[in-house]
Write a protein that binds this ligand. Structure first.
Ligand SMILES: NC(=O)c1ccc[n+]([C@@H]2O[C@H](COP(=O)([O-])OP(=O)(O)OC[C@H]3O[C@@H](n4cnc5c(N)ncnc54)[C@H](O)[C@@H]3O)[C@@H](O)[C@H]2O)c1
Ligand SMILES: [Zn+2]
Length: 372
């Protein structure tokens, strides 16, 4: 009965004494102020959003904060990945200073992963760290970017090259906010839900299989259930491996991402959404898992069938094979004979990355549609 009530749980991170309170609450944006008040004694809040999200959901967020006694101001940045850059970060620092935020005050991020990463990093660095809350508004951000504490910005040289781990005090997930999300963004977010099932939670995968049509249609109660289950699974993995140790359990969540990241990079981060690239990456990782890790053919077929039902792409757009292989090596910071892939021998049990020979990778990529 995830859709009916409010769910709350606390993630405790072993390293440091940090905890994050996760609240999943349909309609909860109107209770943002009360949630923030339970977690913070701040007087001032800077609410950071993008223009599109601010226009849709900024006013109720501000009202709620003010009702709970915060003096709150809104900063609305341009929408899109280009905002996750040093220039916008500097703008935020200046706005924090102008608002006279002090060490006890609070930053609240209201938006997708771009705003979460940027505002979180601004909070991590301003005065060497002020508390922050995040209200993720895309499905991707609700299932992926709220938990784990990764914050940061892009450089011209590549994505996410500068950042810090800074756990938010709280994550307020309001699945009702997904009503205004474009369907393509919703589908891309669902790819991460499937990934979490395939990588770390067989029960979640079975749950998705039973509800793929409602998920594809954007039924909010079902999306809420998917978010709750995905967050719990991710929190379980991340709490054990907060800093993503080499070979640590968290790397399982990179299932589908070796190719996904390379594909995004090879296309200059245009055209394909992250989740779409990951869906293609999972199909190829599934094929490799079947070949070398013992994944049962029917499990691979089940994965691909769910991705189909969710409307996620099957073949990659034409991509020069050489560019793709180069991007893959760069992503993993290794110029070795092969590329490291997270594979899964069974649904829900992705392993630490293993080296796959160039020959095998090449064959799988050609099968998936990369051009020689
Ligand atoms: N920190 C992490 O662990 C983590 C995990 C995954 C992704 N990320 C990062 O997240 C970013 C991608 O996030 P994203 O996909 O959320 O992109 P995004 O933040 O750019 O949002 C996508 C688009 O949807 C719009 N939007 C957001 N919420 C909406 C809503 N409720 N209604 C209508 N429109 C809405 C935004 O204005 C934007 O145009 C990338 O930079 C990625 O690196 C971080
Ligand atoms: Zn991802």
């Amino acid at each position: 009965l995830y859709s009916a009530g409010v769910i709350e749980f606390v993630v405790r991170y072993r390293a440091g004494a940090r905890t994050s309170r996760i609240r999943i609450d349909a309609g909860g944006l109107g209770r943002l102020g009360a949630f923030a008040r339970r977690l913070s004694g701040a007087g001032r809040v800077v609410l950071v959003s993008d223009r599109r999200v601010a226009a849709l959901h900024g006013a109720p967020a501000l009202r709620s904060l003010e009702r709970s006694g915060f003096s709150a101001g809104l900063v609305a940045l341009p929408s899109g990945e280009r905002t996750k850059r040093a220039a916008a970060l500097a703008r935020l620092w200046d706005r924090f200073a102008a608002a006279r935020l002090d060490r006890r005050d609070l930053v609240v991020a209201l938006g997708g992963g771009v705003i979460g990463d940027l505002a979180g990093f601004a909070a991590a660095t301003y005065l060497r760290g002020v508390d922050w809350l995040v209200v993720p508004t895309t499905l991707l951000a609700q299932v992926d970017s709220g938990v784990g504490g990764k914050t940061g910005i892009d450089l011209a040289a590549g994505k996410n090259l500068v950042g810090a781990f800074h756990q938010p005090r709280g994550v307020l997930v309001d699945p009702g906010l997904l009503r205004t999300l474009p369907p393509r963004q919703r589908r891309a977010g669902l790819a991460e839900v499937v990934k979490t099932g395939m990588a770390a939670d067989a029960a979640l995968f079975a749950w998705i299989e039973r509800r793929a049509d409602a998920l594809a249609a954007g039924e909010v109660g079902t999306l809420a259930g998917a978010v709750a289950r995905t967050l719990r699974a991710k929190a379980r993995v991340v709490a054990r491996d907060e800093r993503e140790a080499e070979g640590g359990g968290r790397s399982a969540l990179n299932y589908g991402h070796t190719l996904g990241h390379a594909l995004e990079a090879a296309h200059g981060y245009r055209g394909l959404l992250h989740g779409e690239a990951v869906a293609i990456g999972m199909r190829v990782a599934g094929a490799l898992s079947q070949r070398v890790a013992g994944l049962a053919p029917e499990s691979r077929a089940a994965q691909d069938a769910v991705l189909d039902r969710l409307g996620l792409p099957e073949r990659m757009p034409p991509t020069p094979l050489a560019r793709l292989l180069a991007a893959m090596r760069h992503d993993k910071k290794r110029a070795a004979a092969g590329v490291r892939w997270v594979l899964t021998p069974r649904v829900g049990h992705a392993s630490v990355p293993r080296l796959i020979s160039g020959r095998l990778v090449r064959a799988a990529l050609l099968e998936a549609g990369a051009l020689a």
